[in-house]
Design a protein. Sequence first.
Length: 278
Amino acid sequence: MTLPGDFQFSQGSLQDLVDCKRRFQLRYLLQIAWPAVPAEPYLENEQHLRLGALFHLMAQQHTLGVDEARLTAMASEEPLAGWWQNFMQQRPALEGTLFPEAVLTTPFGQSGQRRLLAKMDLVAVSDGRATIYDWKTSRHRPPRTWLADRLQTRVYPYLLVQAGAELNSGQPFTPEQVEMVYWFAGFPDRPERFIYDAQRYAEDGAYLTGLLDQAATLSMSDEPFPLTPDESKCRFCVYRSLCNRGIAAGDVNELDFDDPEPMVEFDLDFEQVAEVDY
Ligand code: SF4
């Protein structure tokens, strides 16, 4: 199946393309919903996913001005209660105009119809500078090198420069005006900050376009996309039995630094999204 002309790329789909081309094909082009769990114990993983999603919702509501006491009452179980206490006591100083759950999108590639899009937990704009905040509820605190390699760290700042003018009174941000901060709900005193610059912006543009070209070229053939040679990536992948890479799900306690939602892609209908929607 060829890559649709109006395909929407996100950091999640691009990360899949980098991690395993076959996973990208199965999930986004063939849209196969394979009946397997990503990790065991299933219920424990589901609970972590649910609480992580709830934490993000509470953080968004807090930014929008919902009463703290009402939100705190929602955090009755662990680890959410601890995450929320950390957020209340040790969250970054959020200054300027705040845009929670900011959705940005821009044309991507030569066809002009494919898009690159992202939903950012929070963008704070102050004195013409923008900080992207990403709340993490993962079990482990990843090292900087791991974060630096993630597509999220490349896509979000790139997209903010490309398409963030509406957050800045119509004035595009320069790369030097953008930074990204990961804040870990379980490790609140160890945030990670990435500053951006013109060189990085140019490198990211070339890299991301190269990934798009790769996907388009592979999809011109009817052959299965290559399976990742790194079989450790199959342990938490729902397609493992389809690929003959085993049948047992990985132990959730051995999940590395990924978010606890490794198999979930947020679903946005572009028809419902303007250039900027928050
Ligand atoms: S099981 Fe492994 S080879 Fe198959 S799609 Fe998943 S990561 Fe790729």
